[in-house]
Design a binder for this molecule. Sequence first.
Ligand SMILES: [Zn+2]
Length: 1000
Amino acid sequence: MGSYGGSSHFTTLQSFTPDYCPNRITQYESNQTGMRVVVVDQEGPKLYGFFVLATEIHDDSGAPHTLEHLCFMGSKNYKYKGFLDKLATRAYSGTNAWTATDHTAYTLETAGWAGFRQILPVYLEHVILPTLTDSGCLTEVWHIDGKGLDAGVVYSEMQGVQNTAQELMDLRSKRLLYPKGSGFRYETGGMMEQLRVLTPERIREFHRDMYQPKNLCLALFGEVNHEELLETLSEFETSIIGDIPNPELPFKRPWIESEELRPLTESTIEVVEFPEEDESFGQIDIRFLGPDSADSLRTSALQVVLLYLAGSSAALLDNTIVEKEQLASGVYYTIDSRPKTEIAFSLSSVETSKMKEVEARFFEVLKDAMRKPLDMTFLHDCLDQQVRTVKFQSETTATAFVNDIIADYLFGKRDGSTLEANTKTLDDYSKTLKAWTEQQWKDFMTTYISDAHHISILGKPSSKLAEKFKKDEAQRVEDQVKELGPAGIERCSQKLKEAMAENDREIPSSVLAKFKVPPTDTIHFVNTSSARIGPALQAGRPDNEYQKIVETDDKSMPLFVDFEHIPSNFARVNLMISTEKVPVELRPLIPIYLEAFFNVPLKRGDTILSFEQVVTELERETVGYSIETAIGLGNSECLRIEFQVEVEKYDVAIRWMRELLFHSVFDLERLQAINSRLLADVPDSKRSGDNMLTACHLMLHLAPASIGRAKSTLTKALYLKRIKSLLKSDPNKVINQLDTFRRSLCQFGNFRVVVVADLEKLKEPVTAWNALLSELDVDREQPPPLNPLGQRIDRLSDAGMYPGRSSHVVPMATVDSSYLSSTSRGPTSYDDPKLPALMVAMSYLNAVEGPLWTAVRGTGLAYGTTMSYDIQSGFMHIDVYRSPDAYKALKAATNVVQAHIDGSTPFDPLMLEGAISSIVVSFANEQASLASAAVASFVRQVMRGLPEDYMQVMLRKVRDVTVEQIQESLEKVVFDVFRPEKADVLCTCAVGLAEVSSQS
Ligand SMILES: [Zn+2]
């Protein structure tokens, strides 16, 4: 294929449209540098970019990860820390990045092509020509502060994860799975002891080797103007060509030209201890090396096999190990693209004393299954399910092909054939694999899983290790302080100060102002149309063709039904259920009810379907199903059942709702299994500092009536134990309670239906609901009134309504750092006139490289700080995430907000523009897909009773906010989170830090 346009350096390598989705995929290659670009065309306001470098390193120095951070510290022509992110906020954009073992990816999300095009070359310059200064390395990677303690952004980040169960097990697995000489063995995030000795020169060397345009692939999604894109990239290449290594020089392609991975020659089982006070439950990881990841047929077969083995509670491993034998709370799997696909199973919450037997049982179950006939019907169900899922994902996920593109770039053939084979059709599934014989499937499973060599890691909790880590670290720091002496520490502190001064050189406004904020009309917002029936009409009767469609079907339906029309091959059928009528003392049953909802037997006519049959049929007939709180529909105190089905299965989704709500059987054996599974997961969720902080907040600030509190980890810890003993001593009592619970839930007045679908394709959109109505015994002429939905704000505790009387510190053996939240009262209404100023104030404070970032993250005081408000509860929050000293971080945040109130720190007019553009982006984010745009429109208009043009009006108001109004908002609303008499402070932290915290 020829080159594109006149002046561009790019050649079109391939361009095709998959036969199951409308998005076109085009790949270009630069003749000048070898850079690659893959564009996926799709509609909507948002564009997404992934800039992927294949990165291979053979040590734990953390050079790849530190580089990922350092690229944001300035580039050849923009030698300012934070320039890129400041520009991003002005261009309706957000940036992020991650480091995987085999690649580093920089991401860009933008509302509108104009903004995307503006920032693209600047961002790429930061990646290809970053400044990588010594002072940047000092503050971002690691340093010693004025107290002789270790700090630095990457260092703190790794401190938070290095000694977690997940990380310790993962690292040991890698070491066993990959031989010396393979880059897959290493922790590319960096181990703490190695980060302390990593030099700037090593980082620069790694950048020189790996960050070349010929090792870079851009994957772009959205309404991309191809011609302008290639023009922009060609200009960019010309601007950097003098500064990069000669593209003609030979280059060893990472991974592919490295030593080939050898298959495992033996199996290994090892115990890995992790720090944890509660020693009752551990975790098991089992890994295999699977088929070549460029072999599209075998990787497709693998997807099907994994669904067959562990894709649902009816699948072999789940069903035996979790449901029947209750040896683990779950069997999960992930696959990672490598030259050889890495298959990882993990068994969660396994009794510590039984881990060895459970690991053996895992293989026994597999081997036993291979000796018997396979369930070919179920296997073909899994195959169809996989095809449906791929189709659904390609329609709903904004960046659906990104994993394929990245894997192809890292390991695929460079002529584009691998990408095409993996994405163009689903024929591998629907033709080739459909024809596989039972023997072929068995051979595949024995080769790659049941009889394959593997690495098993038994993760064992150890309270001694928790103690040891703490003691060792305290000793190390003590030695360090001693060795440095006061003079040494002073030198470190001086060095840090100088580095910070150099990093924080102010960005001249003129440089930033050169980039004009693109007008909002360059952003293509989408509009969705509604139609309503029954009490839903109270939100107004839409005047459009879809309203006519639903009224022609059945005008007299008494159910509340709201339709949101989008062009789609799938229907999303939602039922929102009010919990107002559920007796408060029964609300702690919610976790069990939710978990049981799709997982108990069902009465259909005269027969009882086993729960396995229920799950098998659900998997066969739907794309997805879930039950959770209705937070996504705008009310966190309601429940939400959602089915995603092919549009012709609309009535099937409604039938399932009816059956699962009214005809499920609370079977004792199943309830015991479900309860012990939930209980087994409690210690695990009590391990994370972040989770525990949330759990404490929910317990303290919500009343027992609240669903949020009833579902929280700490309520579960208490009630599930009670239910466990009750299930033994008086099982009927639990079953009766669940029946009462169900009766109070399944009432006409509690139900609101929300359907997101293509109304031109939906058969009987309204009359189909008679199936549900028939259970409800409702007089169609005179239906009873609807029950209120119940609001979070009416379900707060005393402390939640009047914060300022308590603060709690929770020491935890499982965390190395500290987490903090402070909560005060905030606004409670979406049309509060104070809201626009508050929105701008939050957006300004939270901006990347903004005031909080600079004061807290920039000084190494925490990995992150965020301020937020929650209108449903009427709370203001500040959260400090992963900090060596959370109180110090809070203090720094207090000072920075105070300085903005009293004017000692002036507001930067360019950053104010950026803050407003971030608000525009948040509106565009609601429209990441057509389905999410439809739901957002429902929430706004029906749930919140806001006008159709709320977004436009709000954007106008936000633009008119003055600095005085922001200051007033900071002083009168925001600052309450820092006033001890108005706010509750909660902190979870490492045991050693608790003493420090309670003194501060
Ligand atoms: Zn990081």
